[in-house]
Ligand binder design. Structure first.
Ligand SMILES: C[S@@+](CC[C@H](N)C(=O)[O-])C[C@H]1O[C@@H](n2cnc3c(N)ncnc32)[C@H](O)[C@@H]1O
Length: 234
């Protein structure tokens, strides 16, 4: 009988923001699969769970693309699926760990799709704390209240998309926005939204930074692990 695959969301950084359900699975599975970081360094999920995994557990590093080249991305997803199938077909349970939540812009979703050709492999998704919720908690403000609408955008396309989002929702979360920050800052400035916005970088990590009142920060050099929340109504 094949092993079972768990897709475990580990939260965005603080190792204590992992669920009890995830922790229990990490205690008992024989194999933990971790996305590798750049240049074969441990990825962020591997760092988050490092103290939660018994020393006897086998760690299976998997390579994923850091570029937007679709051919490379697909090739590495397919290879990751093949690498996961080896222990699974030996009957070993495997926990695939990902940072944040496992269904929220997560690599695990592509792994699960890749395994759909193997219906004999049972998959269970274990949710985790996603970065926007952790960021709101770190800043100490609600993310959304009552009838407010929330729109989450991967913001590679810059200000125009953000401007459009502002016509549809009261609270906007921008992910993957580091490279677009200066252009977004200009748009916020033109629309008097700098004081209604905040940026959280590396939420839950020792290097966490919170920037509120963005008027003083037109040129932040942000890490990929940064997000912005725009809340025009305070
Ligand atoms: C591919 S998405 C992964 C989202 C993740 N699965 C989650 O549940 O938050 C990556 C984006 O999420 C945001 N992000 C993830 N972790 C973060 C962290 N610790 N601090 C700030 N932003 C984070 C950033 O905007 C980053 O560009």
């Amino acid at each position: 009988m094949p092993g079972k695959l768990y897709g475990i969301g580990c939260g965005p950084g603080d190792p204590e923001q992992i669920t009890l359900q995830a922790w229990k699975i990490l205690q008992r599975v024989p194999v933990v699969a971790v996305p590798q970081g750049r240049k074969n360094t441990p990825g962020v999920a591997a760092q988050i769970i490092q103290h939660h995994v018994p020393g006897t557990t086998r760690i299976l590093p998997l390579e994923f693309a850091f570029s937007h080249d679709p051919a490379t991305t697909t090739r590495l997803w397919e290879r990751a699926v093949q690498n996961l199938l080896v222990p699974l077909q030996q009957g070993l349970d495997v926990a695939f760990v990902c940072e944040g939540d496992s269904s929220f812009y997560s690599t695990f979703t592509y792994i699960a799709q890749g395994l759909s050709a193997h219906p004999e492999i049972e998959i269970q998704v274990i949710p985790g704390v996603c970065s926007p919720c952790a960021a709101a908690a770190a800043v100490g403000v609600p993310l959304v209240q009552q009838t407010e609408r929330l729109l989450v955008i991967p913001a590679f396309r810059g200000w125009q998309e953000v401007a459009s989002a502002l016509t549809h929702a009261q609270v906007i979360v921008l992910l993957k926005m580091a490279g677009q920050y200066p252009e977004i800052w200009q748009g916020l400035n033109t629309n008097n939204l700098l004081t209604s916005s905040y940026v959280v970088e590396w939420v839950g990590w020792p290097q966490q930074r919170i920037y509120r009142g963005l008027a003083s920060y037109p040129n932040l050099q942000l890490s990929y692990f940064s997000l912005m929340v725009i809340r025009p109504q305070g």
